[in-house]
Design a binder for this molecule. Structure first.
Ligand code: NAD
Length: 482
């Protein structure tokens, strides 16, 4: 039985490396039935700003498996990133990128490296929810959700278990972003207790990144929110030896996409030069995902043997280490010729038969917390430089049930105390809570009245955020210095 998959040959070196990869996968025993779609440069330039036609979505939704060669995003504005669109529309929440060094056959400073980066793929600042709030201030919203964090953290532990990994590490910056990254870390700690056979640890992302770049062998599987994962998965792939060698999987509850991590390398296109290894290893991850484990093992081991035998494309060719410099097609033939062989020095691939079970994951059902409205932050544009003068004017302008308790600028408290040294931009946050400290509760009518007063006094309201307690705990942060 062949499994239908959707294939895009992409742009630049895409078609050459896709031909080579599919040839190797087929010869390795992969059972695939291809549905070809057109995406990328031609589609963009044909006037479709998303780079993908409706008929391509139909194929993807039918097969649910996407094997994708790199594409070229045309220069100039107005073209939406196809990768981001595909990931988000198909709900591909987990980006998995194994970063392995192949010393001594491929040059690297880290011969012992074997790290898998698991990056959350849908949330964080990648919602692209941005605003210009005032002439001087721009904003990007960072969203971290409990179900999003649960999905990715559970995926990382299930991946580690299925692939005989020993440890899962979490990177966040929860010493600063206590609520968003704090939630990710909390979910990590909760889920880790369900996997007593695996070690788990948490690092603050800055020092964790430094350690990863310096001593990658200290890590095994590393899970992190979107932005840190985006940056560090490239760092990890690069220090392993070559971006040309890494594949990646984008996994969703229903659909999945497999690709190389590099781009379309337009300058190398059409010359039979490009290394197909990244896309091939993406294909091996696809076979594992489809449960075609034997074919995955066979292809991966033949590929490792080819590297070991010194048959190298130009990008990893090194005098004294490599034996033969070959083109894309010759490299593919060399891998096919080694089908059934295993590497002698490099660790052979041996994929687990237990495929990570994704469909069974459900969001945890927590009891609904008691939510209480306890105040409001009103954000106001103003060219006033002194926090003291601004806050005093706001206090004079407002009266009634709610009182001004704090003003901050870029997160730092500037009222009631203002230090002349504190820099201010043209946008203030004014925090109002109730004068009735016994009750503590506020209603929307009071907030609307307050906004009328602020508006009547000539202040420019840019936005508001309500302040809520969840089971008695503040669901908002204090200002720095408050
Ligand atoms: P790139 O990854 O295409 O190339 C970077 C360098 O690596 C170049 O020197 C290139 O020659 C080399 N290289 C890349 N892959 C190689 C391979 N398989 N074999 C040998 N050498 C290889 O990055 P870029 O030049 O920044 O981007 C080129 C285009 O690719 C852009 O249009 C970009 O938008 C697109 N891109 C697409 C994807 C994707 O589709 N997933 C990812 C990244 C970039």
């Amino acid at each position: 039985m062949k499994t239908p998959i959707t294939v895009a040959y992409g742009d630049g070196i895409g078609p050459e490396i896709m031909e080579a990869s599919l040839h190797i996968l087929r010869e390795g025993g992969a059972q695939l039935e291809l549905e070809r779609i057109e995406i990328g440069e031609k589609v963009y330039l044909g006037g479709n700003s998303a780079g993908i036609e409706p008929s391509a979505w139909e194929s993807l939704r039918r097969t649910k498996i996407f094997y994708k060669a790199p594409i070229t995003t045309p220069q100039g504005g107005g073209f939406k990133s196809l990768n981001v669109t595909t990931r988000k529309r198909l709900g591909l929440y987990a980006n998995v990128r194994p970063c392995v060094s192949y010393a001594p056959f491929v040059d690297t400073k880290h011969p012992e490296m074997d790290v898998v980066i698991v990056r959350e793929n849908e949330e964080d600042t990648y919602g692209g929810i941005e605003y210009q709030l005032s002439p001087e201030v721009t904003e990007c919203l960072k969203l971290i959700t409990r179900p999003g964090s649960e999905k990715i953290v559970r995926f990382a532990f299930e991946y580690a278990k299925a692939n005989n990994r020993k440890k899962v590490t979490c990177f966040t910056k929860d010493n600063i972003m206590k609520m968003t990254d704090g939630l990710f870390h909390k979910v990590f700690d909760e889920i880790a207790t369900e996997y007593p056979d695996l070690q788990s640890e948490h690092w603050i992302v800055d020092i964790g990144a430094a350690k990863l770049a310096d001593t990658p062998q200290a890590f095994d599987v590393v899970v992190m929110p979107n932005l840190y994962g985006d940056i560090l998965s490239d760092v990890a792939a690069q220090i392993a030896g070559s971006v040309g060698l890494a594949g990646s999987a984008n996994i969703g509850l229903q659909c999945s996409m497999f690709e190389a991590i590099h781009g379309s390398a337009p300058r190398r296109a059409g010359q039979n030069l490009a290394n197909p290894s990244g896309l091939l290893l993406g294909g091996v991850m696809m076979l594992v995902h489809l449960g075609q484990i034997e074919a995955a093992d066979r292809v991966h081991n033949a590929w490792l043997k080819t590297l070991e035998d010194g048959v190298h494309t130009y990008d990893i060719y090194k005098e004294g280490v490599s034996k033969e410099k070959v083109g894309t097609q010759e490299f593919a033939q060399a891998v096919v010729a080694r089908m059934g062989q295993k590497p002698e020095k490099l660790k052979p691939a041996a994929y687990a038969t237990e495929v990570v079970k994704r469909k069974e994951w459900t969001r945890s059902t927590l009891p609904n917390p008691k939510v209480e409205l306890v105040g409001v932050d009103i954000y106001v544009g103003s060219s006033e430089r002194s926090g003291k003068k601004f806050g005093d004017a706001m206090q004079t302008a407002t009266h009634g049930d709610l009182e001004l308790t704090m003003v901050s600028n870029r997160g730092v408290s500037v009222w009631p105390e203002f230090m002349e040294e504190t820099f201010t931009a043209d946008y203030f946050r004014c925090r109002f809570t109730t004068k009735d400290s016994k009750n503590g509760m506020v209603n929307h009518g009071q907030i609307l009245k307050l906004m009328e007063q602020v508006n009547a006094a000539g202040f420019d309201i840019v936005k508001i955020e309500t302040l809520r307690n969840f089971d008695g705990k503040p669901g908002y942060s204090l200002a720095q210095g408050q």
